[in-house]
Design a protein around this ligand. Structure first.
Ligand code: HEC
Length: 140
């Protein structure tokens, strides 16, 4: 039966991929955002896995090829906005990022929909959005 060889080849390929792990590290937190506990709770629940150095890496996120997608999102997310570096930013940068945060959550772009699928709890409620808008709209 040929199917046996196909399955064998797929399993072998998956095993070989494990030899090429992606970067699932958490660099040190040097200048963490300081916000009130309510805002921190929302951000940690919905944004921190991709926008901080405190990413929670579940077991499947370390298994190739899933790990390639997940670590890519985290790397890209941190590059754009990293709450672990926030207090290092000057007020100009904080202002620009705050505006973008409000834009992204108003449009429902963040958190990414693929993430929400696996983490339904990360979906922002109307009151979460309101709370974030007050924080990032007023005091940076
Ligand atoms: C699953 C990973 C993931 C989660 C969770 C996530 N983001 Fe993102 N975010 C990204 C990626 C990747 C990008 C960059 C590419 C893009 O814009 O789509 C990004 C871009 C952004 C940007 C644009 C920054 C810029 O410079 O243009 C903002 C603002 C943002 N995210 C805010 C948030 C907020 C606020 C949350 C939580 C409510 C959140 N994100 C949750 C992955 C994520």
């Amino acid at each position: 039966m040929k199917i046996k060889y196909v399955i064998g080849a797929v399993v072998l390929l998956l095993l070989i991929l494990q030899l090429f792990p992606s970067n699932t590290s958490n660099p040190p937190v040097t200048a963490a955002l300081k916000a009130n506990p309510e805002v921190m709770k929302i951000l940690k629940q919905s944004c921190y896995d991709c926008h901080s150095n405190e990413t929670y890496w579940p077991w499947y996120s370390r298994v190739a090829p899933i790990s390639y997608f997940v670590s890519n999102h985290v790397e890209d997310g941190r590059k754009h906005l990293n709450f672990s570096d926030w207090e290092k930013f000057d007020s100009d940068k904080k202002g620009k990022l705050s505006k973008k945060i409000i834009e992204e959550i108003e449009e429902g772009n963040m958190p990414l929909s693929s993430y929400k699928l696996l983490h339904p709890v990360a979906d922002l409620s109307d009151s979460d959005i309101k709370m974030l808008k007050v924080w990032f709209g007023g005091k940076q």
